[in-house]
Design a protein around this ligand. Sequence first.
Ligand SMILES: *Cc1c(COP(=O)(O)O)cnc(C)c1O
Length: 417
Amino acid sequence: MTVSPAAGRLWLPYAQMQTAPAPLVARWTDGARIGLEDGRVLIDGIASWWTACHGYNHPHIRAAVSAQLERMPHVMLGGLVHEPALRLAERLSALLPGDLGRVFFAESGSVSVEVAIKMAVQYWLNRGQRGRTKLIAFRGGYHGDTLATMAVCDPEEGMHSLFSGVLPQHHIVDLPCDPASEAALDALLAERRGEVAAILAEPLVQGAGGMVFHDEAVLRSLRRLADRHGVLLILDEIFTGFGRTGTMFACEAAGIVPDIVTLSKALTGGTMALSAAVAREAVFEAFLSDDPMRALMHGPTFMGNPLACAAANASLDLFELEDRLAQVAAIGDQLRAELEPCRALPGVRDVRVRGAIGVVQLDRFPALTPLKQALAAEGVWVRPFRDVVYLTPCFTIGESEVSVLTGAIRRVLRSAF
Ligand SMILES: *Cc1c(COP(=O)(O)O)cnc(C)c1O
């Protein structure tokens, strides 16, 4: 049995440790660049799983985290609060649409989705409705890797058959992108609403499930169906939140307000682990009672970590000080122009862009290792998965850096097929 010595004693994510090629050793980051131990410098096309929206090592975030580190790196949020968390919750509630304004912090995206699920299920229990334990989620969706979130992912992505017996059963159906699937969802809700707590979806873009887009009308349809049948709507904005799709939050583009929204990824500008499940007032109020059993019994040890909250506050400062959404629009235009020629290449099925997300979809699942290696040899950090080669760069990336990324993708795909 062999394992690449470059991995040391690390067990790496999503990797067959016996056959995975040696991981690259990162030494420094700056802006849209990653410096490697061997002296090479890569232009980063994916911003570390689309988290580093202001580029790496932004001086404003670094200063805020350093100052917080001097004062108080961490204190528990149980029974204690602190200025960075209070301020961040206030700012998130002001930024989010409608009355989304009760902020529960956690430390990873998956956990915030789990918290949102618990909120939805207990919301109905607290209102005296037992048996509402099912979620309706969608094919192609991705909500995390923990057991409860696997169960609401796409059945294949969530490995539902491999883990059968461990995962709870929910309804995983087609997004209502056409009248037939909308009617099917309507019928399912009519039949099962008594056992459904909430509809859960990624708005506008299904990210890690394959970078598939849908339009605003689909979100309006979800809101309408949730209202018609009296179930909650949870939108997972962990990928789409903070400008990625062109508006600060994807739900704004559709003019709808979910009952609970989950945030993470770019929340701290990609510097610290932090997430949040944010509920509307009516959800929060269902937990108010003189009965302690009606409280939300959840509390990750590092929830609302002051360093992470300081980073998130600094990230929000940057959205106020610099016109990130204009940068997103400009990146989108450039990606559209420079990726479009890929459409003519053999082996390419689709090219699509939304906000600062560029996707080239192939007509088959290629051998990923040689593709990744060819991209790295071009001096870019791009991580194709399944049948997609995608770009989600930082919003501060330069025009010439975007051209390096798109040029590398065009060249590699031209020689690959
Ligand atoms: C990344 C992601 C998650 C999971 O977040 P983790 O921090 O990896 O647990 C959940 N939902 C969406 C939409 C994501 O993109």
